[in-house]
Design a protein around this ligand. Structure first.
Ligand SMILES: O=C(O)[C@@H](O)[C@@H](O)[C@H](O)[C@H](O)CO
Length: 343
């Protein structure tokens, strides 16, 4: 396994130098501004340009996560316009292969990630996000974030519909991904609550539900799990849920979001690595033991005094924060201590 600078919203020289100074050799992007995708898909030209820019700094592109909401919101919701968006998603997959980028992450939340507070006090007064189901009716504190679909839902969406929508998605895109050699990796629902948020049911809310997603994908080598440790440890059971997922999926885990959380649903808050629901060293050891050979990234990070803004800020100055440097350094120490290959 290896460590990459991840969740990059906008790549430029500041981010490249941040990666280099932290001693990292690869990067992962989160629907980056560098890929405008104005026609509803990412073009080969913009994908190649991003990859070339990274090459120039000696940084390998591990993968991309999440297309912009308007590329596929009707696919997730099962609304008219879905077929055209599925065609466009397939164009993105083929374009990625042409550009030499082979991992594409997706979530399947019709109303995206949900929080009830973005600046809750964490350790020493650092700012962290928080979720409390009791406050969820007040709305999503993340509503302004770039991946929250701006269009309201046409009507409420049930869990059955969400499962059917996911099956339709896989049926359309998996054969194309197989042919292109691109791996599509699923992020669990955050927060993993079994009640609708903003009118849409959530389905990937437990280890069993993730196992069911894998069954839908059959034995396709083009499907994998993005093990978000924050999200899975938010599930009932906390560390036990994490262990169950690692043991069940093994090498079918394609990538890991390494972030920590205190508390499980219905209420939790994000935390520094090592002060939350699971033991980071034990989790890395277990991943190595089951044969995980993908990449590990930082994800959301607490905001320390002097950081430019909350992690929801997408500009490079906000991104290159003390919080992120701490998370990466913490993981590098663990990789070294556990003698994990970082190639
Ligand atoms: O758990 C989470 O909320 C994160 O990992 C997300 O920021 C994630 O990167 C995606 O946007 C959901 O795919």
């Amino acid at each position: 396994m290896r460590l990459a600078l991840g969740h990059i919203d906008e790549f430029d020289e500041r981010v490249a130098r941040f990666a280099q100074q932290l001693g990292l050799r690869s990067v992962q992007f989160h629907a980056p501004a560098n890929l405008p995708g104005t026609d509803g898909y990412w073009t080969v030209d913009e994908l190649v340009a991003l990859r070339t820019q990274c090459d120039e700094y000696g940084l390998r592109v591990e993968g991309l996560e999440n297309v912009p909401a308007h590329h596929w919101d009707s696919v997730v919701r099962g609304e008219p316009g879905r077929d055209e968006q599925l065609d466009n998603y397939c164009r993105t997959i083929r374009g990625m292969a042409e550009a030499g980028i082979f991992v594409l992450g997706h979530h399947f939340m019709a109303t995206y990630v949900w929080r009830t507070e973005l600046t809750a006090p964490g350790r020493g007064g650092a700012l962290v996000t928080r979720f409390d189901l009791a406050d969820a009716e007040r709305g999503n504190a993340l509503a302004a974030y770039k991946l929250v679909p701006p269009r309201p839902l046409a009507e409420p969406i049930t869990a059955e519909q969400m499962w059917a929508n996911y099956a339709t998605f896989l049926e359309a895109v998996l054969p194309v991904a197989e042919q292109a050699g691109v791996r599509l990796v699923l992020h669990p629902d955050d927060p993993p609550v079994d009640v609708p948020l903003g009118g849409a049911a959530r389905i990937f809310t437990s280890p069993a539900a993730l196992a069911r997603a894998a069954e839908l994908a059959g034995d396709s080598p083009a499907w994998g799990l993005n093990l978000c440790l924050g999200t899975v440890s938010e599930m009932t059971g906390g560390q036990a849920a994490v262990e169950e997922v690692i043991d069940h999926f093994g090498p079918r885990i394609a990538s890991v979001h390494f972030r920590d959380v205190r508390g499980t649903v219905p209420n939790f808050q994000e935390a520094f690595l090592g002060e939350g629901n699971f033991r980071p060293a034990a989790v890395l050891r277990r991943l190595a033991d089951v044969g995980f050979d993908g990449f590990v990234i930082d994800d959301h990070v607490p905001v320390l005094d002097g950081d430019a803004g909350p992690w929801t800020g997408t500009d490079p100055d906000t991104y290159c924060s003390r919080g992120r440097a701490h998370a990466i350094g913490y993981l590098q120490g663990l990789f070294e201590a556990l003698n994990l290959t970082d190639r």
